[in-house]
Design a binder for this molecule. Structure first.
Ligand SMILES: [Zn+2]
Length: 61
């Protein structure tokens, strides 16, 4: 008999585009998780100045 692999939900990181799997620490926030790691999450905040201006425009919607 083959080993039964747990089937975990997956998402693609919005920063690096890599797929990542559900983790225990995300069990309560999985729907809100968008990045595979803390590093990707932080690099989203380090946006270049011109992108910051663009995001301010988005805030008006
Ligand atoms: Zn990532």
């Amino acid at each position: 008999m083959a080993h039964k692999k747990p089937h975990l939900p997956e998402k693609n990181c919005q920063h690096c585009g890599r797929p990542f799997s559900w983790r225990k620490k995300w069990r309560s926030v999985w729907t809100e998780v968008r990045y595979c790691s803390e590093r990707c999450r932080r690099s989203k905040n380090n946006t270049p100045k011109n992108l910051c201006a663009a995001s301010m425009v988005e805030d008006e919607f």
